[in-house]
Design a binder for this molecule. Structure first.
Ligand code: ZN
Length: 428
């Protein structure tokens, strides 16, 4: 027992992309954590690559709450973007109408996956005045300049550019962004692009559209202020998107760091290639959900640490399905067993405490869901054997404890709610 007490006190540590270290999440229990995650660009249906990221942050948020934090979770919706405008032109539709069609589909898919933790979704199109204020302020501070094509952030004026991605000055200069002859330097990025036709808003620089990076700082700072706690997203967004967000925000406020912890999810690939629309190898969430239950998909994504690259496979998904069905079978056996009369509350609470300590120990280690799943599988196996050997009160306590942990990972949603009177052997 002594060992478990000790483990309980291991604090939650998260790997911070900014410092490249695992750091203790420095916040007192009960504190409110402000979390922002980059939402989708809504020009098509979202796929399993998106699902992996949004499920990871859903689980992370659930675990933060499990630890006693309060969380304010904001996600932006990129409904103003080149890709939206292009797709709308191809389909001869209004860009915002198209975007909001796919936004509704995205929200449907998130609901279907059981992504429950986002408190607020905010559209870029509804934050344009905030973006104009930020771009004007960056110009006043002398870190942005106007040309005939738009307003650009002058990267050379922010010496820390590259700190998040770890790219050197030479590497940065090779990553030429947004080719445009009017820019002073190839690495400068747009804050505002001038367009006199098509989708455009009025601004001090004439009609046009905001740059992608300023959309997210306007949305997140509009809600959270100058600094906040956690910024999440897919690792492919580190450069240039999140690098640019830091440059904009810290240039605006002078407050460092803009965000305390940067968390990034690994890439999902299919047969060695990134799952992406441009490669034509995507699997839509809604199609995956025709074959697999949300809890099976959540279990599957939980089997790989959120930061690690992951290769999608049917074999892996079916293995996850079998593991989950074994777990629910064992839990059902436990729930169906007739409780015994003699109370063994002490033994039951020790069993729960030891499994909860192990669960916390793994989850406190940068949300190690693969190991946390293993703890729950073992716990379910033990519960199945314990079935008729615990009294009613202990049984209820064990069930509640199990459900709380399983609820963090989302692997029981909608399942095992009513115990059916089926028998069967305990599955190892
Ligand atoms: Zn973003």
């Amino acid at each position: 027992m002594g060992r478990h007490v000790e483990l309980k006190h291991m604090p939650l540590r998260v790997r911070n992309t900014l410092t490249r270290r695992k750091e203790i999440l420095d916040a007192p229990t009960g504190a409110e954590l402000r979390v922002f995650v980059c939402g989708p660009t809504v020009y098509d249906y979202v796929h399993l690559g998106h699902a992996r990221t949004y499920l990871a942050f859903d689980t992370i948020t659930r675990y933060l709450k499990f630890c006693g934090y309060r969380v304010r979770y904001l996600m932006n919706i990129t409904d103003v973007a080149e890709r939206v405008v292009q797709r709308a032109a191809e389909l001869k539709k209004d860009p915002l109408e198209l975007a909001h069609h796919y936004e509704a589909a995205f929200l449907d898919d998130m609901r279907a996956l059981g992504v429950t933790e986002v408190d607020k979704f905010e559209r870029a199109s509804e934050a344009i005045p905030k973006m104009i204020v930020q771009v004007s302020a960056l110009m006043n501070k002398g870190v942005a300049y106007e040309t005939e094509t738009g307003v650009y952030f002058e990267v050379g004026k922010f010496p820390k550019f590259g700190q998040l991605s770890g790219l050197s000055h030479e590497e940065l200069s090779l990553r030429r962004l947004e080719l445009c002859s009017s820019k002073r330097n190839p690495e400068d990025f747009s804050l505002w692009r001038k367009y006199d036709q098509g989708q455009a808003w009025d601004s001090p620089w004439g009609r046009g559209r905001p740059g992608w990076h300023i959309e997210d700082t306007a949305v997140s700072m509009g809600a959270f202020g100058d600094t906040y706690d956690i910024h999440g997203g897919a690792s492919e967004l580190i450069f240039p998107h999140h690098e640019a967000e830091i440059a904009q925000a810290e240039s605006l406020t002078g407050k460092v760091p803009f965000v305390r912890y940067w968390l990034h999810t690994g890439l999902l690939s299919v047969s060695g290639r990134k799952m992406s629309k441009s490669l034509g190898n995507t699997i839509r969430i809604r199609d995956a959900l025709k074959e697999y239950k949300p809890a099976e998909l959540r279990f599957y994504f939980g089997t790989v640490h959120y930061r690690e690259p992951m290769t999608y496979s049917h074999v892996g998904l079916n293995a996850a399905r079998r593991r989950l069905s074994r777990l629910t079978h064992n839990l059902t056996l436990f729930l169906n067993a007739e409780p015994c009369q003699d109370p063994q509350t002490g033994k039951a609470s020790a069993t729960l405490a030891s499994h909860e300590a192990a669960f916390r120990r793994f989850m406190n280690d940068d949300f190690n869901t693969p190991e946390a799943l293993t703890v729950l599988e073992k716990f379910a196996g033990l519960l199945a054997k314990l079935g008729g050997k615990v009294d009613q009160g202990s049984k209820a306590m064990l069930e509640e404890g199990f459900r709380k942990m399983a609820g963090v990972l989302g692997i029981l949603d909608g399942q095992v709610s009513i115990a059916t009177r089926e028998g069967g052997a305990v599955l190892p």
